[in-house]
Write a protein that binds this ligand. Structure first.
Ligand SMILES: N=C(O)[C@@H]1CCCN1
Length: 294
């Protein structure tokens, strides 16, 4: 059973969906999607973690069922904005005193930013498929790109140099990378496709903070890093990544090296979406971790 609603966030609205009951025994889990500027849809399989806990999905400001702001200046989209939106949602739902976060990709970066501020109500953290810095991310992306068929990489580089990354030819070449390192389930499951359709329809946030593709990062996040701050995370933390993930092991390693109470699960048959690529094992591993929280 799921309920939906909107949390007033200043002059804007944050759409959310609750699976299960917020008052049930388990620590409520809030899912933070990636992008930035994606939508919750591709994370809907996380409802498998509900049952004795509520699972909250939401669309971060700027896309999906939340307020869109296509005319906002690029510098409107900041880490601080999305941290404030998350705090507002936690307060609106009445769970700010007891909750856990699962952030996927950018969502894991945002969850880590939230956690280093040591909020009193945070009980646990899952950082899934997330880099600890964007410099590490882009360096890894360059190594993965070098493994692409030469004609594909040549096409990508040409459109990036010409600024024609909105061309179908670029998008077709991007898909070759994404089928290797973003989601190896081909064709994409409907819920994943729904997020990419939303991203295509309104790329405002993604373009402002990230850039035209996962591996061509020219937006405001390009120098982001949490490596020197992440030792402040004071809750049990589970790291998740895929063996074929664009979030390669070296991009995740600083979390494993510096978070005091941490464990790391690498999904050998997955890339960037183990919750879709190995759903049963993902539910088993993450569900088991969540049950250790109180
Ligand atoms: N898919 C994502 O969220 C990634 C993470 C960093 C840029 N986009």
């Amino acid at each position: 059973m799921a309920t939906e609603g909107h949390a007033a966030f200043g002059d804007h609205q944050t759409w959310y969906r609750i699976t299960g009951e917020l008052g049930s025994g388990g620590v409520p889990l809030v899912a933070l999607h990636g992008g930035p500027g994606c939508t919750h849809d591709y994370l809907l399989r996380l409802t498998s973690l509900a049952g004795d806990r509520a699972v909250v999905h939401y669309d971060q400001l700027g896309n999906g069922r939340s307020t869109h702001l296509p005319d906002a200046p690029a510098d409107f989209w900041t880490v601080e904005l999305f941290l404030a939106e998350l705090d507002n949602l936690l307060r609106t739902l009445g769970i700010a005193d007891r909750y856990a976060l699962l952030g996927q990709s950018w969502g894991g970066m945002l969850a880590a930013e939230h956690a280093v501020r040591r909020p009193a109500g945070l009980r646990g953290l899952v950082i899934a498929n997330s880099p600890a810095s964007m410099r590490l991310w882009s360096a890894a992306a360059d190594r993965l790109r070098a493994e692409l068929p030469p004609d594909v990489e040549k096409t990508l580089r040409a459109h990036e140099a010409d600024g024609t990354t909105d061309s179908q030819e670029y998008k077709d070449a991007v898909d070759v990378f994404y089928e290797r390192h973003l989601c190896r389930v081909v064709p994409m499951p409907d819920e994943v496709a729904a997020t990419f359709e939303a991203l295509d329809a309104d790329p405002t946030v993604y373009h402002a903070m990230n850039g035209p593709s996962e591996f061509h990062v020219i937006g405001s996040l390009q120098d982001w890093s949490i490596i020197d701050r992440v030792d402040a995370v004071a809750v049990p933390t589970l790291l998740v990544s895929g063996r074929h993930d664009e979030a390669t092991p070296e991009t995740v390693q600083p979390y494993a090296d510096r978070i005091p109470d941490v464990r790391w699960e690498i999904f050998e048959e997955s890339s960037h979406m183990p919750h879709v690529e190995e759903p049963e094992r993902f539910t088993e591993v993450v569900g088991g971790f969540l049950r250790t929280l109180s």
